[in-house]
Design a protein around this ligand. Structure first.
Ligand code: BG6
Length: 481
């Protein structure tokens, strides 16, 4: 409500995530007047810092235009900072006292963003529960992965959180759910008549979800090595995209109805098997074209001889009436040839082709980034005298269709959703448990049997074995995506 005070607490305010993502997001929301006027920001971390230090750290990431200088000063005036540890109740009592100073009016809500390493998730949430809950309004907790590293550790964290908070107080971020095109998947599917009737195993041959990054671990090798690409990207971001492609139409656009359908998709998915996986690790290309790039093992923060995968492709199945037998390929990798995230729905061949085998399969492509677009690959008569056909596209590229549109960042949408109390784009605990069920056996197997990834060169499309695997399962390549 309008006059309410909101206190937004950033735990881990001195860290990387806070300076690169959280403060810039809070600034944009403040600048654009999207969050309630009476919102106060309180940073919390171990180091003895001041708001001035926080400002210095985050300012390079804020993207302040010249004419916004005043406004950014005003934003930092709304900021405060408290130092304290994550396991000392006294420190959280002090944080609570600080928060109370700024709470005015009859309704005061509190949001806690945990921009923290996972080893302090439990102690800090216990302390929030015991000492910092709002007494005159709601409290919401925003947490970000890693939510454990397998079923067991994730269940432990979920049990811990569920004992402290109600599900509606917990906002588990998967920032892919904040992306325009990921949100658009439901609009495309359920807001159009043309896709629905063919959205099934009768008509769709395969689904390919891709995530490609053109850079390596960039000094994050330590964190990355203990997780690997499957935990970092596939078990969360990519599986979310798969669920939105595969789910049945929800009863409504309400958060529980949507999440119920997503969970059902996951429940129909068998555990991933080793023979359906290709793992890769990049090596350097010192003499390659362009800039010399270092291999994964050349990163000093990566343990010597590490067999952690930086690339993975898996074939998943959704064994229900709609999808049984349709392979869903999830492909993701670092240090590849380009930055791209997309969903590609490949239809079956046209039956009874009269065009001498020239018809190519239709594809519906949803490009998540960069350059948001939806396009349909389709056959068309080559214009002119001949009666040949050729492949072309029905093209909805946002850059040309919605000129001048500035797309909000995923974090901006998601943090705004937390203010509004909308959990549509957040991960429910049963959804998380299902995601781990699908990937835990294979992750354990890879680790206990020390399965070695194949190598691929920095800046290439990744292991050829991945292309072979999806081709063998029925995917047709018409280009080099
Ligand atoms: C994060 C991963 O969740 O997503 C990173 O930890 C990855 O490794 C990032 O780079 C990708 O996000 P985006 O929004 O840049 O595609």
């Amino acid at each position: 409500e309008k006059g309410d005070t909101h206190i937004f607490v950033v735990l881990g305010a001195s860290g990387d995530l806070a300076k690169k993502k959280i403060y810039p997001t809070l600034w944009s929301l403040y600048r654009d007047g999207l969050i309630p006027k009476k919102t106060i920001f309180v940073g919390y971390a171990r180091s003895k810092l001041t708001v001035h230090d926080i400002r210095n750290k985050s300012e390079p990431y804020l993207k302040v235009r010249d004419e916004e200088k005043e406004k950014v000063n005003a934003f930092f005036k709304m900021n405060h900072y408290v130092s304290g540890s994550y396991d000392m109740p006294e420190d959280f009592l002090q944080l609570n006292q600080e928060i109370c100073k700024y709470e005015m009016g009859s309704h005061c809500n509190r949001l806690f963003y945990l921009a923290l390493p996972p080893n302090v998730f439990e102690s800090s949430t216990t302390n929030i529960r015991n000492h910092c809950m709002a007494s005159k309004g709601w409290t919401r907790i925003i947490i970000e992965k890693p939510f454990g590293r397998d079923s067991e550790s994730s269940t432990q964290l979920s049990n811990h959180l569920n004992a402290l908070f109600k599900e509606e107080e917990l906002y588990r971020i998967d920032h892919y759910l904040g992306k325009e095109m990921v949100q658009n998947l439901m609009a495309l599917r359920f807001g159009n008549r043309i896709f629905g009737p063919t959205w099934n195993r009768e008509h769709i041959s395969c689904v390919m979800v891709s995530f490609k990054e053109p850079f390596g671990t960039q000094g994050r090798g330590g964190y990355f090595d203990s997780f690997g690409i499957v935990r970092d990207v596939m078990q969360n971001h990519m599986l979310q995209m798969l669920s939105l492609v595969a789910m049945e139409k929800p009863v409504s656009t309400g958060a529980e109805d949507i999440r119920d359908e997503k969970v059902k998709v996951l429940r129909c998915m068998p555990e991933v098997k080793l023979e359906d996986v290709v793992l890769g690790q990049y090596i350097g290309n010192p003499s390659g074209e362009g800039e010399a790039k270092e291999g994964y093992l050349d990163d000093p923060s990566v343990p010597k001889g590490s067999t952690t995968a930086t690339y993975a492709m898996v074939t998943c199945y959704v064994n229900n009436e709609r999808w049984e037998g349709v392979p869903f390929f999830l492909r993701c990798g670092k240090a590849l040839n380009e930055r791209k995230a997309e969903v590609r729905i490949q239809y079956r061949d046209v039956p009874g082709d009269i065009f001498h085998g020239e018809s190519k399969r239709n594809e519906l492509v949803i490009r998540v980034q960069p350059g948001e677009a939806v396009y349909v690959k389709m056959m068309n008569k080559t214009p002119g005298m001949s009666f040949n056909i050729e492949e072309t596209e029905l093209d909805l590229t946002y850059g040309s269709r919605y000129k001048g549109l500035v797309m909000p960042d995923a974090y901006e949408r998601l943090i705004l959703d937390v203010f509004c109390g909308s959990q549509i784009h957040f991960v429910r605990s049963d959804e998380l448990a299902q995601a781990w069920r699908i990937f835990t056996p294979i992750l354990h197997k890879i680790e206990t049997e020390n399965v070695k990834p194949v190598t691929y060169t920095y800046g290439t499309r990744g292991p050829k074995e991945a292309d072979e695997l999806c081709q063998n399962k029925g995917f047709k390549f018409y280009g080099t995506y």
